[in-house]
Design a protein around this ligand. Structure first.
Ligand code: GRF
Length: 217
């Protein structure tokens, strides 16, 4: 079967991009990255893509007078590669309703919280401040509202008593690197279907038991 073509949009470090590059390097993985685009010229993720032999492009939002012209340029570059799916991986620009609607159900994002909790920024600081016992990460389809959209995969991690934002973020990031390739696989294999506000998954294994934090009675 033909592999699902991915365009990955980044703005920075690109560790989630790297997890997708690693997955795509496996012969039996059902997707391939055809292009990586950054809105930030020096983004470290660009080098990761180059090392993997993936074509890169920069569409620098600062060189455009407004969002409409930036997104028009972005769309032109994306259309060249004709991807089946756009993966936002630390892409730090808000996308307009028009852009999101053009790519509806063909654009996904990864967010470092258990959505719908903790949308926006400074997630780990806020999770610690609120005293939640679990945090995590989410891969979801993108909708015009920020950090909104049908959820494909989530991973939960415990928040430990000595955590600061850095330690919690590292624990969450490890799981991000597992769930992004998993979510893309589910989509590429036709096992994730958007139905209203939900994603129905087919042919997946589900966890049986609950998690406790703390564990003892
Ligand atoms: C990740 O935490 C991701 O969930 C968020 O931005 C961060 C990007 O990190 N959207 P990286 O560039 O993938 O390393």
């Amino acid at each position: 079967m033909a592999k699902l073509k991915l365009t990955v949009l980044i703005s920075g470090r690109g560790s989630n991009l790297q997890s997708l590059l690693d997955a795509c390097a496996l012969e039996d993985y059902p997707a391939e990255i055809v292009q990586v685009i950054s809105n930030v010229p020096g983004a470290a993720g660009l080098e990761k893509a180059r090392k993997a032999g993936v074509p890169t492009a920069v569409v620098d939002h600062k060189t455009f007078p407004d969002r409409i012209s930036f997104e028009a340029a972005l769309n032109t570059v994306i259309d060249d590669a004709a991807p089946g799916l756009i993966c936002l991986a630390g892409f730090m620009r808000l996308l307009s309703d028009a852009f999101v609607n053009v790519w509806r159900d063909r654009i996904i994002n990864i967010h470092p919280s258990l959505l719908p909790a903790f949308r926006g920024l400074n997630i780990h600081e806020r999770a610690i401040e609120e005293g939640v016992r679990f945090s995590g990460c989410t891969v979801h389809y993108v909708r015009p509202e920020m950090d909104d959209g049908p959820i494909i995969v989530q991973a939960a991690v415990p928040v430990l008593k000595d955590d600061d934002a850095e330690s919690l973020s590292a624990r969450v990031l490890e799981q991000e690197h597992r769930i992004y390739p998993l979510a893309v696989r589910l989509i590429a294999e036709g096992r994730a279907r958007v139905t209203g506000a939900r994603v129905l998954l087919e042919d997946v294994a589900e966890p049986e038991k609950s998690l406790l934090n703390p564990c003892q009675n």
